[in-house]
Structure formats: structure tokens, C-alpha cells
Design a protein around this ligand. Structure first.
Ligand SMILES: C[S@@+](CC[C@H](N)C(=O)[O-])C[C@H]1O[C@@H](n2cnc3c(N)ncnc32)[C@H](O)[C@@H]1O
Length: 276
């Protein structure tokens, strides 16, 4: 992964550069897609929304609850939660682009009173112990420099009995490590845990695991469907962002798509902070 120190400033710049086109292609969600099979003709935006719904369904939210969206991206998931469940959402991100975009999206969606977005490092949050009823980390824990510290911090800000749900990549096969290394480099990952390792990290932080799913074959396994969808909008995106930006965006994706389909999994894990 070179000698670059991957601190929050580097991660922030990474998303400032990567999120604008991602936001355009994926309707405000900088996360993966979910297609049932190669004949599934759902558009990319719907395939991405499926992940938002699938992951957040596991939180069991009730109207009036307060959710922390830890690593909220450009805000589409926070807006969705406020609109669908009537919850309050506080989103934190280390990307200035995403803060602006998420605030604008909340206003446009009529939920500016429910959704607040601010700069925040999920390893050291400014919120009181037990401040949130639920915590969501949708593909954001991958960037944690110290995963144990981040999970302990999310545990701290959850109320007793509250839930954390996250989704993220997992290592399924390191038979071709060079391919995996390119993938990790493209996302600025410190590590790529297996499902068992993810669960172990959660337990170490004090969480009780309630549910976990491995849906890699329908996510990374459908990378060719994503590429086809994205290429279908190439000219439109180039007109809006410029040819250079599209070329850079594509270049950054080369490493991401390097692993074989079977090498990269996608885990959804829901866990609870014990009541006592
Ligand atoms: C792959 S994006 C996912 C964004 C969003 N959850 C979504 O699904 O659209 C990863 C997110 O994690 C955030 N992130 C990375 N490191 C962070 C940190 N130390 N503290 C807070 N957010 C962080 C990034 O700013 C970005 O918003």
C-alpha cells in the first residue's frame, strides 16, 4: 500500500475526490449494489438503494429515535431514514464535499429539521455516553485506522439496548494476494477482515451479535453489472464533470475491480449493546 500514512485528512480528501461522481451515479450513496442474478434488470440506483434498505432494516428503528450515521457520505441514507422512519439522524463524515452535499440533500428532501450533518471522526466523537438509540456504519468502518477504538467509541455513544449495524467488505480468499492488495489500496483500507474477524472485533468491543449475512456473490460478485451500468452513463457524466475527472475516476477504480469475484465478500452485521 505504499508508504502513505492513511490519516483522516487523507481519507477526507479521498472522498472529496471520489464522491462527486459516485454521488451522481449512485444517487447519493457511496456504497455497493445488490443484484440477485445476472438477469436482474434493476437499474444501478435501485441496486444501491437495496443495500441501504437491507442494511438499515436490521436496526428495527422506531419514530422519534436518534440515529448516528457514522461515515454518512453525501446523505442519501440519512434522508431515507428520516423520511421512512421519522427518526432524527446525526451524520458524521470527514469529507467537506459530503457535508455540503448531505445538508443540501436533507433540505431538498424536506427533512432538514431531522437530519444534521457535521465533520466528525468516529474514533473520537463529541457526543455524550448513550446519546443515540442506534448507530449505522454503512461501508465506513473499512477506513478505521484503529477498528477496536472506533467500535468502543460507537459502543460508548449507544444507549444500553441500542443497536449497531454495519456493512462492509470481507476477505473470502487470499489465494491471489496481489489482486487483494490493489483492491485495498484503491479504497485506502488498513485491513480486510474475514467475517469471523469482523464478529470477533465486535465482541471484543462488548457487543452482542444478533444477525449476520454474507451477500458477497450478489454484491462484489456482480461487479460486471456495475461496470456496464456505469459505462452506460459515461458520456452524460463526462459532460457534467469533464473528461479528466471521469478518466481519474476510472483510473481509481482499476484496483478496486482487480480481485476475482469470489475473493471479496460483503457482510452485514447487526449487534446490540447489552442492557446492563
Ligand atoms: C464508502 S463511504 C460510505 C458513505 C455512506 N455511508 C454511504 O453508504 O453512502 C465511507 C464513508 O466513511 C467516512 N469516514 C471514513 N473515515 C471516517 C472517520 N474517521 N470518521 C468519520 N467518517 C469517516 C467517509 O467520509 C465516507 O463518508
Amino acid at each position: 500500500m505504499g508508504n502513505e500514512v492513511i490519516d483522516t485528512a487523507v481519507i477526507g480528501r479521498h472522498y472529496d475526490e471520489r464522491s462527486p461522481i459516485g454521488d451522481e451515479l449512485r444517487d447519493g450513496q457511496i456504497h455497493m449494489w445488490y443484484w440477485y442474478d445476472d438477469d436482474d434488470d434493476a437499474p444501478l440506483t435501485e441496486a444501491v438503494h437495496r443495500v441501504s434498505r437491507k442494511v438499515t432494516d436490521t436496526l428495527g428503528l422506531r419514530a422519534g429515535e436518534h440515529v448516528l450515521d457514522a461515515g454518512c457520505g453525501p446523505g442519501a441514507t440519512a434522508v431515507y431514514l428520516a423520511q421512512a422512519y421519522g427518526v432524527r439522524v446525526t451524520g458524521v463524515t470527514v469529507s467537506a464535499f459530503e457535508i455540503d452535499k448531505a445538508r443540501a440533500r436533507a433540505a431538498a428532501g424536506g427533512v432538514a429539521g431531522l437530519v444534521g450533518v457535521e465533520y466528525g471522526d468516529y474514533a473520537a466523537l463529541s457526543y455524550a455516553d448513550g446519546a443515540f438509540d442506534a448507530v449505522l456504519a454503512l461501508e465506513s468502518l473499512q477506513n478505521a485506522a484503529d477498528l477496536g477504538q472506533v467500535l468502543r467509541e460507537l459502543y460508548r455513544v449507544l444507549r444500553p439496548g441500542g443497536r449497531l449495524t454495519f456493512s462492509d467488505f470481507s476477505l473470502e480468499s487470499d489465494s491471489e494476494p496481489a489482486r487483494v492488495a490493489k483492491f485495498m489500496d484503491s479504497l485506502k483500507l488498513h485491513r480486510l477482515p474475514t467475517m469471523a474477524e469482523w464478529l470477533g472485533h465486535l465482541r471484543d468491543a462488548g457487543f452482542q451479535i444478533e444477525e449476520y449475512t454474507q451477500c458477497g456473490p450478489r454484491v462484489f460478485g456482480r461487479k460486471s453489472k456495475y461496470l456496464k451500468s456505469a459505462m452506460g452513463r459515461r458520456d452524460e457524466v463526462a459532460e457534467k464533470f469533464g473528461e479528466d475527472a471521469v478518466a481519474q475516476f476510472s483510473q481509481r477504480h482499476l484496483g478496486f475491480f482487480a480481485p476475482r469475484k469470489e475473493q471479496i465478500g460483503y457482510v452485514i452485521v447487526s449487534a446490540r449493546k447489552p442492557r446492563t
